[in-house]
Design a protein around this ligand. Structure first.
Ligand SMILES: Nc1ncnc2c1ncn2[C@@H]1O[C@H](COP(=O)(O)OP(=O)(O)OP(=O)(O)O)[C@@H](O)[C@H]1O
Length: 262
């Protein structure tokens, strides 16, 4: 047996198994010729399972474009994208819709709750959209989320009767109810004051630390990124740094250095 070729292969497979999502040589360009914008340039990145990853970068660095392509909301110009073992680039629209519905959770800056549904109705929406009711085990999980996120007294309230922080908690609970492989959070604290924002970030951190939820959060806020286990920095469509556990001041100075170069 040729041991020199066997060992690295096993190592690479193990490393890939620990990734919940990955992209390889991803590029995305908008427009053509003189008006062309290269939003992503040959990005290769893996999101590790069970980690809270922040994707940071100045405005226009490509954060949202990367998130949208990883979540199957947009297509790439070239390169490959996987969620687990599924290569997203090979999927049709219907398969992509199912993948997003069943395997990915989303939390947006604007909460995106359905205004006509109460909290319980919003939490059950992912099941409703999938044409099914939660199993007994899923019902237990929903009950646990409602309690942990402090939503029990609010279940019959509609979004307009809730504070911004409460609405974002509902949105996070809704993203977690189906136990998705990966939750994408897009500036989840962008509409919140700093104290409420920190509480929401703690909720996301708890989802990872207590429940092993993989989360990828796009942000330009150093304080938000400091709650993450890992911070990936983008500048001008490229990954320029990939660090673990940085505090907010380290992140802020690193951002400043990127912005000065850009
Ligand atoms: N639909 C589009 N058409 C043309 N250019 C686009 C489009 N979407 C994004 N871009 C450009 O691609 C680049 C990356 O944009 P992207 O929104 O991914 O950056 P971002 O880091 O998320 O910025 P922000 O923090 O301001 O949201 C920018 O130069 C942007 O102007």
């Amino acid at each position: 047996m040729d041991i020199t070729t066997t060992i690295p292969t096993v190592g690479a497979e193990t490393a890939r198994a620990s990734l919940v999502a990955r992209v390889e040589n991803l590029t995305k360009s908008y427009g053509a010729h003189g008006a062309r914008v290269d939003a992503l340039r040959e990005v290769t990145l893996g999101i590790r399972r069970g980690e809270f990853t922040a994707i940071m970068g100045p405005s226009g660095s490509g954060k949202s474009t990367l998130m949208h392509i990883m979540a199957g909301l947009d297509s790439s110009s070239s390169g490959r994208v996987w969620l687990g073992d599924t290569e997203i680039g090979g999927l049709g629209d219907e398969q992509l819709t199912l993948l997003r519905r069943r395997r990915i959770g989303f939390v947006f800056q604007a909460f995106n709750l359905v205004p006509t549904l109460d909290v319980e109705g919003n939490l059950l929406l992912p099941f409703e959209l999938d044409g099914r009711t939660p199993s007994a085990r899923e019902r237990e999980w929903i009950d646990e989320l409602e309690t942990v996120l402090g939503l029990d007294p609010r279940l019959t309230h509609r979004p307009h009767e809730l504070s911004g922080g409460q609405q974002q908690r509902v949105a996070i609970a809704r993203a977690l109810v189906t136990r998705p492989e990966l939750v994408f959070a897009d500036e989840p604290t962008g509409n919140l004051d700093s104290r409420t924002g920190r509480e929401v970030l703690q909720v996301l951190q708890t989802a990872t630390r207590s429940y092993g939820q993989s989360i990828a959060m796009v942000t330009h806020d150093p304080i938000a990124a400091s709650f993450a286990d890992r911070v990936v920095f983008l500048a001008d469509g490229r990954v320029v740094a990939d660090r673990t556990q940085m505090d907010a001041s380290e992140i802020a100075s690193f951002m400043l250095s990127i912005e000065q170069v850009a």
